[in-house]
Design a protein around this ligand. Sequence first.
Ligand code: CTP
Length: 460
Amino acid sequence: MKRWDGQEVDIAMPEDVQRIIHTLNNAGYEAFAVGGCIRDSLMGIVPEDWDLTTSAPPEVVKGLFPATIDTGIKHGTVTVLLHRQQYEVTTYRIDGEYEQHRKPKNVFFTEDLVEDLRRRDFTINAMAYNTTMGLVDYFHGREDLEMGIIRCVGNAADRFEEDALRMLRAVRFSARFGFDIDLQTEHAIGEKAIRMSKISAERIYAELSKILTSEHPHYMEKLVDLGLMQVILPEFLATVGMEQNHPRHVHPVDKHIYETLKNVKNTHILRWTMFFHDIGKGFTKTVDEDGVDHFYKHVSKSLEIAKKAMSRLKFDNRTREAVLKLVQYHDWRVEPVPGAVRKAVNQMGRELFLDFLEVQKADYLSQNPVFREEEERKQEAILGVYKEIMHRGECVSLKDLAVNGKDLIRIGISKGETIGRVLQSLLEAVLEDPERNRQEGLLEMAKELVDQEEYLEKAK
Ligand SMILES: Nc1ccn([C@@H]2O[C@H](COP(=O)(O)OP(=O)(O)OP(=O)(O)O)[C@@H](O)[C@H]2O)c(=O)n1
């Protein structure tokens, strides 16, 4: 007996989705909401989008709705537009042979819903629902949802052979919901991990970002355990088990990174920063004549390694620039005094300063968990100072300085390079003492600086 007879569930389908299903039913075809929207609904999460699956061929779908887009006609997908929303309607299909472990070369349409569900990646993603038939759960997805298990539909190795990205998707869903991965599925990942090398950088970056910004970002560890990290980000392996040998550092580097991921707020930039911040931390060990170990810290190569990894994974520029800056300055401890805070805001830029504080806190707390209250008080104090600086509109960048390049040219400083240097010195003086941010005084100071430079130049 098919499991889908009469499984009653409480799924709140939007009216437009019901309307699409009714329209297809009235034309004599089956139609269901399917995949992620059903999984999310059963977990009590409001789905971001609703996908539909139908026995109607794509041309019929196009003929039944006034506004459609040919999203992937070859694969049977038509997007239906209703009330400014888009709904992907895909004809029941069986996937043909796969190309490069990611896309079926061709697909065959079928009239059997179960065949369509069979081609999907995980049991929790292979459920369909409509109000007349109830839940169609041929592969026991609901049980797996209840038990918290990511399990492939059918033979896991075949599913990963079809689309290798599914191995990262397994970790992504596990990180999103805090689920375990079924043993056979894990085993198949171990076997097929090398296939990830065929997957495009963009797809890998998107999945990794989803893992990092999930509820369980430290599940990145599973990528190491399953042999996926070795293929997609081998640089990270150097951190695994790397002892920090300092009383303040309570974890090896990889564990420290996972801790900081848990400690930091959930944004794309912050999570990537923590992932990279110590990726190049290394230590050399020497043993003295008494047999005592000594550890010397290397100059950290995190920045260099992060740069390379990001260009390989094709990070967008905005994320790349922000993350690199935060990685570069993550060890800089700022004191809650105005001069220090103004300097830090200047260095990080207004847009990154709050992120910079978050990074500092997460990093420090992972190394010194017992000082939580003290650190939180310190961060509060820095934030207080920062707010006052902003409230008073004090100068924190060249843009806010009471003089600019043109003013310096007017008083006879003409060399571009000198102008840049003088402006920077004036800014440093103003960051120390905002009272000095007045045009007259700064121009005086500029003249003095140039005179001094010329004097030193002559004396050479
Ligand atoms: N490599 C993939 C990608 C998708 N699917 C199937 O297509 C559905 C829709 O895929 P997608 O929109 O990528 O994911 P969702 O499951 O909807 O999850 P989310 O939108 O949260 O990423 C999935 O549920 C799954 O049934 C699959 O079998 N194999």
